[in-house]
Write a protein that binds this ligand. Sequence first.
Ligand SMILES: NC(=O)c1ccc[n+]([C@@H]2O[C@H](COP(=O)([O-])OP(=O)(O)OC[C@H]3O[C@@H](n4cnc5c(N)ncnc54)[C@H](O)[C@@H]3O)[C@@H](O)[C@H]2O)c1
Ligand SMILES: [Zn+2]
Length: 387
Amino acid sequence: MSKMDTIRHFQVKPVIYYGVGAINAITEHEFKKVCIVTDEGMVKFGLLKMITDVLEEKGVNKIHVFSDVEPDPSTDIVERGLVSILHDKPDALIALGGGSAIDTAKAIIYYCNNLMHMFVDDKFITKPYFIALPTTAGTGSEVTEYAVITDKASQRKLALVSDLMMPDAAILDPKLIESLPPKATAATGMDVLTHAIESYISLNNNPFSRSYASKATELVFKSLKESYVNGHNLDAKASMQIASCMAGIAFNSAGLGINHSFAHAIGAKWHLPHGLANQVVLPYVIAYNSTDERAAYLYARLLHSIGLAPEIGKTATETLIRMIVQLSTDMDMALCLKDLGIDEGEYLESKESLVEKAMIDTCTATNPIKPTREDMLRILDSIYYGK
Ligand SMILES: NC(=O)c1ccc[n+]([C@@H]2O[C@H](COP(=O)([O-])OP(=O)(O)OC[C@H]3O[C@@H](n4cnc5c(N)ncnc54)[C@H](O)[C@@H]3O)[C@@H](O)[C@H]2O)c1
Ligand SMILES: [Zn+2]
C-alpha cells in the first residue's frame, strides 16, 4: 500500500508575529481584561513591564498578573493559577516566559475548560484569546498542543495533549530573549536541536514536519553558538526563535523519541533544566537509533538537507554526532551525567526506575526503534559514563 493511501493531516496554527517590536501585536485585538501568566524572572528582568506598558498604552487597565510559575511547573502551581483565572474571567490570557510559563497557562486553560464542561453546556463556554510570548528559544511550546507538568509525588513529568491548549497567537520578539543568560541560551538551544532531530526521524514524520525540522536544524548550527557568545546579537537571537518555533511545529505533528523520554526522567530526578537533560542524552540516542537502517538513512538525509556531506572517513551519523559534541563543547556543556556532578551511587540506585519511567513516556512510542529494557539500560549507562 502506498503511503498516499492513508489520509493524514498537518495543521498550521497559530498566527506568528516575529521581529523586533513584535510585542506590539498583543494589542491587535481589543481586550478589556487581561491575565498574564509568568514567573518572577520576568518581573526581575523587566520583561513583564515591557508587556504591561504596551497594554496600558492601548487603554487596557484591568491586568491581573499571576507570577508564581516555577521552572518545571507542578500540578500545585497549575491549581493556584486555575483559581486565579476562574475568579478573574479575562478575555485574553497572555503567557510570558519560557516553556514553564507557557505550559502553566496551557494547563490552566485545559483544566478550566474541563471543569466548566462539568457544569455548563459546551456552547456557553468561551475560551480567552490565548497569546504566547516565549522568552527562551527552546521548547517551541508557543506552537504546540502539549503541556508538560510535573507530578511532584511520583517525580514524573506528565504530558497533557489537547488542541484546546494551542495558542491563538505566538509572538517572537528577539528583545524578549536578550536577557537570557548564556547557560540557559545553550541549554534551551540544544532543546531546539533535539526537537528537530527527533521529529525528523520519528515514526510519524511526514514531508511537512521534515521540512520544518530541517530548516530548524540548519538555523541552530548557524546561530546557536553566536547567540550564546554574543547575547546582544539580535539577528542570531531572532534566528534561534524561528528555529525553536519551526522545531515546535515539526514535533507537534511528528512527535519525538526516547531522547525526550530519558530527558523527562533524568530532568525530574535531578532537577536538570530540560534543554540540558536533552543535550547530555543526544549523542548516545543518535548512536543507538542509527543501528536502524531507516533512521541512519534519515540522519544522512538531514545532514544533506542542510548542505553538508559526511566528513571523510565518517558516516553521516558520526558526522552529526561530532558536530553536536563540538557545539556542546564550544558552549562549555558537559558530555555525560557523571561530568554534570551526579553521584555514581545515586545513579546506580535509580537507574532501573529511570528506565521504567522512560519506557512508558509518551515520546517512546514514536522512536524509530522500539527499545527493549536492556537497550534502555545500556543507553543510560552510556549517558552516565560518557562511553
Ligand atoms: N509544551 C511543550 O511543547 C514543551 C516542549 C519542551 C519542553 N517543555 C517544558 O518546558 C519547560 C522548560 O522551559 P524552558 O527551557 O523554556 O525554561 P523555563 O521556562 O523553565 O525557564 C528557565 C529559567 O529561565 C528564566 N528565563 C526565561 N526567559 C528568560 C529571559 N529572557 N531572561 C532571563 N531569564 C529568563 C526563567 O525565569 C526561569 O528561571 C520544562 O518544564 C519542559 O518540560 C514543554
Ligand atoms: Zn524538549
